[in-house]
Design a protein around this ligand. Structure first.
Ligand code: TYC
Length: 120
């Protein structure tokens, strides 16, 4: 029985020089038109009544931060009056704001947060 030899890879046909007959349609190269979306930061605001523990848990839950990061953000808000919890596209940021406000309202705390466009 004859041993099968591995097939040689097909050889690409030699390229023919391209002669433009003057009737060719040439597409213009366009610059990329799609811009990245405007991003929104969710800013949490300080108040005198919401317990620090509640703020930390809320930041962990809705902004996927670990305990240490959430605590740092909470302390920044406590000291500076406001702090950024996360940056998202518009609808996601609006949802995060709703989630925080609802959780705070249900728990009886006056915690507030807003979303605002991030300037470039
Ligand atoms: N200032 C609040 C207190 O002393 C704690 C707090 C932190 C409240 C951050 C809101 O977004 C906030 N209990």
């Amino acid at each position: 029985m004859a041993t099968k030899l591995p097939k040689k890879p097909p050889v690409a046909p030699a390229k023919q020089p391209h002669h433009d007959d003057g009737n060719s349609v040439v597409m213009e190269r366009r610059t990329q038109k799609v811009k990245p979306p405007q991003m929104y930061q969710v800013v949490m605001l300080n108040d005198d009544y919401t317990p620090m523990e509640f703020v930390v848990v809320t930041i962990q839950e809705f902004f996927a931060k670990d305990l240490e990061t959430a605590t740092q953000i909470m302390l920044k808000i406590h000291l500076d009056g406001r702090g950024v919890c996360g940056v998202y596209t518009r609808d996601i940021a609006a949802t995060k704001v709703d989630q925080v406000l609802e959780a705070a309202y249900k728990a009886g705390h006056p915690l507030k947060c807003v979303s605002e466009p991030v300037d470039l």
